[in-house]
Design a protein around this ligand. Structure first.
Ligand code: CA
Length: 220
């Protein structure tokens, strides 16, 4: 899952980044409203955390701009603790959820998972496809009657992305954008290695390949 964090508070960014990464997100960061707006317009993110108090362009205007351009990715806004009007304005402008500062990191993660699931039409904290269950909290996958498999960070991101977007074929380039971070080497050929690993875990037919289009989970 590719996540954009638009936040100018450097201390908060340094605290959040590793927490989000451990939770399985590939994090990109913008420290002002203009760069944030640009990234949200140009790249496909699965989730965005948007601070409202930003230099160069207020978060509310950034959100309004995205929604006007039909950029419909889930957005969680960060607001000042007591500024109830900010929350109302933010929700009216098309935010999916909000969190008042300061917040507990566990609550942030829970809310992100919830809006990501809502976006994909799911209701609990695991994903299911073709006999395989992915536990989001534990980052492990199980194909009954076998025991659960603890996934590596990249395996987890890849499987979660495929399970949340099961209907379309995804190219190696697209998949690598969603599992790697901006400053990591994006060798899309490595995706093939991870796809094969998932096939070793869950069977050759779990993922199908279509020449020129990429990969998707096989429809049960
Ligand atoms: Ca701020």
């Amino acid at each position: 899952m590719k996540l954009l964090l638009v936040e100018d508070d450097e201390t908060l960014v340094n605290e959040l980044r590793p927490i989000l990464q451990r939770a399985g997100y590939a994090v990109e960061h913008a420290d002002n409203g203009i760069d944030g707006a640009f990234l949200g317009n140009e790249e496909d993110f699965d989730l965005i955390i948007l601070d409202l108090g930003l230099p160069k362009k207020p978060g509310l205007e950034v959100l309004q701009e995205w929604r006007k351009r039909q950029r419909n990715m889930p957005v969680l806004i960060l607001t000042a603790r007591d500024a109830w009007h900010e929350r109302v304005d933010g929700l009216k402008a098309g935010a999916d959820d909000y969190l008042g500062k300061p917040f507990h990191n566990a609550e942030l993660l829970a809310r992100l998972e919830a809006i990501a699931r809502r976006g994909a039409g799911k209701a609990d904290n695991s994903l299911h496809w073709n006999g395989v269950t992915l536990d989001i909290d534990q980052q492990c996958a199980q194909q009954a009657p076998h025991s659960p498999i603890q996934l590596t960070a990249i395996e987890f991101r890849l499987l979660r992305y495929l399970m949340l977007n099961p209907l379309h074929f995804h190219s190696k380039t697209r998949l690598s954008e969603h599992v790697y971070e901006e400053d990591q080497i994006k060798d899309s050929n490595v995706i093939e290695v991870y796809i094969n690993r998932l096939r070793q875990y869950f069977g050759k037919d779990f993922i199908e390949t279509r020449r020129g289009q990429g990969y998707r989970l096989r429809t049960p």
